[in-house]
Design a protein around this ligand. Structure first.
Ligand SMILES: Nc1ncnc2c1ncn2[C@@H]1O[C@H](COP(=O)(O)OP(=O)(O)OP(=O)(O)O)[C@@H](O)[C@H]1O
Ligand SMILES: [Mg+2]
Length: 410
């Protein structure tokens, strides 16, 4: 195929994606499943801007691990509060500054000024002088502003205590002034605040809103919202979403990171497209995991060589069942049945039931398979087995090892 044909055929090929940009990092959704309480707490804190504008300056601190929705919650809150303010005839601006990019007092004040549309030449002015211009501007145009300082820890580290003090306690110096400037500070942990002097620290930790890592069921709802917007109907099943949610869910041993979950879904979709598949399958998610966590694949391959013949055969049975069903899990009973069939095929005597379960526990302890107890939807409770890596290459490696063991045996 010519280069032109390759490129053109890919472009013209059907895609599972309806609107991929919904899965971009910068996308801000209409609503935030499982962050309603956080939005309500923010609304409570910043309510005086609307009910008695100018009365108090509020500082809220958002804390939580990676990918738990701190940034997006601040964005959504800002967007919504601006709308409410507008209805009430109050001119509110929302400014989001990332301190990873703007780490000095100078660059932060400049970011605020620019976001407020102040196009004066700042060169030669000190941060303090710039700040006074900003405050005067807000007064003249009767503006109120919420400034989010995202990844605030970088600012603390680089700019230090005095700069933090200057920014958030600006009104200490002008006690008579109307309070038009408010802050949302975001950081992953409280640790870095320890480097501030106690007065400053206690001032910014007055209103802390904690963001917990997401549980699998919560990630499922978040993924569902994106799925419906990003993918064509019926291309991504609930089962696929559940599988991704369980990989990341905090209650399932994951990090509870929504960003990682969304990116996993995106990757699985890209792989499905690449393979020309009409649907995103569980195997596409396994491949996405394999891409993101290459070390997992390597670890598992390394561990395979320590397995005995019958452990390998049970693993092969699991893989075969997962492949033929296309599902995320195989019931332990079905895996055992397939194992017995394989034994017949390889002309070896199957191990006893209890031994088989022992082997399965061993495979789990080595991280080669995952297990969970079935919940609703299955009659009775049974152990369900899944494999975290792509099935094809795994089966190939297992086959090689089985062949080797069989030759050694004969
Ligand atoms: N409740 C939610 N509903 C919808 N999308 C969410 C929700 N929580 C997080 N997300 C999405 O997950 C991704 C990560 O969220 P966000 O960037 O807000 O995390 P963060 O807490 O700021 O992480 P970091 O500490 O790495 O900056 C974003 O794409 C965001 O839109
Ligand atoms: Mg963030």
């Amino acid at each position: 195929m010519s280069a032109e044909n390759i490129v053109e055929s890919i472009i013209n090929r059907a895609s599972v994606f309806k609107n991929r940009s919904v899965l971009d990092r910068s996308y801000v959704p209409d609503s935030l499943p499982h962050r309603e309480r956080h939005l309500a707490l923010l609304a409570e804190l910043f309510k005086p801007i609307i009910t008695s504008p100018g009365s108090v300056s509020t500082v809220a601190l958002l804390i939580g691990d990676i990918g738990v929705g701190k940034t997006v919650t601040a964005h959504v809150f800002g967007r919504e509060l601006v709308k409410v303010a507008e209805k009430k005839g109050i001119k509110l601006r929302y400014v989001h500054v990332n301190c990873h990019n703007a780490r000095t007092l100078y660059s932060i004040v400049q970011s605020i000024a620019t976001a407020l549309g102040l196009n004066i030449p700042f060169r030669g002015l000190s941060p303090r002088e710039m700040m006074l211009i900003v405050l005067n501007h807000m007064k003249r145009y009767d503006l109120h502003t919420i400034v989010t300082l995202d990844e605030f820890n970088y600012f603390i580290q680089v700019a230090g205590n005095d700069a933090v003090y200057f920014l958030v306690r600006i009104y200490d110096e002008y006690p008579e002034a109307e309070k038009r400037l408010h802050y949302i500070l975001i950081t992953r942990s409280l640790e870095v605040l320890g480097s501030l002097d106690p007065a400053t620290e206690s001032y910014i930790t007055k209103h802390i809103i904690k963001f917990e890592p997401y549980k699998a069921a919560e990630l499922f709802d978040i993924l569902k919202q994106r799925r419906d917007l990003a993918f064509y109907e019926n291309t991504v099943s609930d089962e696929v979403l559940e599988y991704v949610a369980e990989l990341e869910g905090y209650d399932k041993g994951g990090k509870g990171n929504a960003r990682a979950a969304i990116e996993m879904l995106l990757r699985a979709g890209v792989i499905a497209d690449y393979e020309g598949s009409q649907y995103v399958k569980i195997e596409h998610v396994r491949k996405a995991v394999g891409e993101i966590r290459e070390e997992l694949l390597v670890d598992i391959s390394d561990n395979l060589q320590f397995l005995q013949l019958h452990e390998l055969m049970i693993l092969k049975a699991i893989i075969r069942k997962l492949k033929s069903s296309g599902e995320s899990y195989v019931k332990i009973g079905d895996a055992e049945e397939e194992y017995r069939y394989l034994c017949e095929r390889y002309n070896t005597k199957p191990r006893r039931h209890t031994q088989v379960y022992e082997y399965i526990r061993n495979l789990k302890n080595m991280g080669i398979i995952n297990t969970k107890i079935s919940g609703k939807g299955f009659r009775g409770r049974t152990t369900l087995i899944s494999v975290p890596v792509p099935l094809e290459p795994l089966e190939k490696r297992v086959d090689e090892l089985i062949d080797k063991k069989l030759i050694e045996r004969d």
